[in-house]
Write a protein that binds this ligand. Structure first.
Ligand code: SF4
Length: 241
């Protein structure tokens, strides 16, 4: 078991975050690699140069989590895209839960079978799924700048909605990719979700440098989007970080 854990390709570890799991003091593990190339992505190194980032030994993560037992409420696994290697992800989750810590998984929703397995085995406590654009192939491919199996994204949405576990969907509101009508369409498509989060776009360290020139929507527009989304959803939040 330990051998398997140490092979897990952890590409970053942040000891403490107060903003990545609402209401929790969490640690974050970053996985390398992603099958999408969203121009607005801030995880340039993780996505484009996974091999160039030295792996963080799991032992050091484990030591920290043991040392801070009772103080850290849970661990967020994010990326890149953590679901690309199911076996490794399951090994990592088992190791974290072995320390009696709950796990939140961030995902782009491209691997529905992995989500299905994790939910069936009761392995995750919270899933946050990105919704990059309305659920149609053309809009989605444009948003993620990569080929997309839209049926997989839709299947992941349905799996998360039906999971019975805590979850949220979230959209980075990038001008030119989503507007208020797209947000309304997304909100309609995820009716029944526990939470929908509108994330402000920050033009900094983007994978595609041309996104640095995009002016984010003003706060008033985000508020209007939240109001429109609230017609379909009970809990809509705006995040500015
Ligand atoms: S923002 Fe897009 S490119 Fe970046 S990690 Fe998420 S899915 Fe991958």
């Amino acid at each position: 078991m330990k051998k398997c854990l140490r092979r897990f390709s952890i590409k970053g570890f942040q000891e403490v975050t107060l903003i990545d799991w609402d209401g929790k003091i969490a640690s974050i593990i970053f996985c390398g690699g992603c099958n999408f190339r969203c121009g607005f992505c801030h995880a340039r190194g993780l996505v484009l140069d996974e091999e160039g980032i030295e792996a963080v030994p799991f032992d050091s993560v484990e030591s920290f989590l043991k040392e801070k037992k009772g103080w850290i409420d849970g661990v967020v696994i994010t990326g890149g895209e953590p679901t690309l290697d199911e076996k490794e992800l399951i090994g990592l989750i088992e190791a974290i839960r072995g320390l009696s810590l709950p796990v939140k998984l961030d995902t782009n929703g491209s691997r529905p079978n992995v989500l299905k397995d994790l939910i069936a085995s009761n392995s995750v406590d919270f899933i946050a799924m990105d919704v990059k654009a309305p659920f149609n192939a053309q809009a989605y491919s444009m948003a993620v700048n990569a080929p997309v199996e839209i049926k997989d994204i839709i299947e992941s949405r349905d799996i998360v909605l039906d999971s019975g576990i805590e979850h949220e969907f979230r959209t980075t509101v990038v001008p030119g990719i989503v507007d208020i009508s797209a947000i309304a369409e997304i909100a309609r498509s995820i009716a029944g979700a526990r939470r929908y989060c509108l994330q402000q776009f920050v033009p900094r360290d983007t994978i595609n440098p041309s996104f640095l020139d995009i002016t984010p929507y003003p706060a008033e527009e985000l508020n209007r989007m939240a109001t429109v989304a609230s017609e379909h959803l009970n809990d809509v939040v705006i995040r500015n970080n």
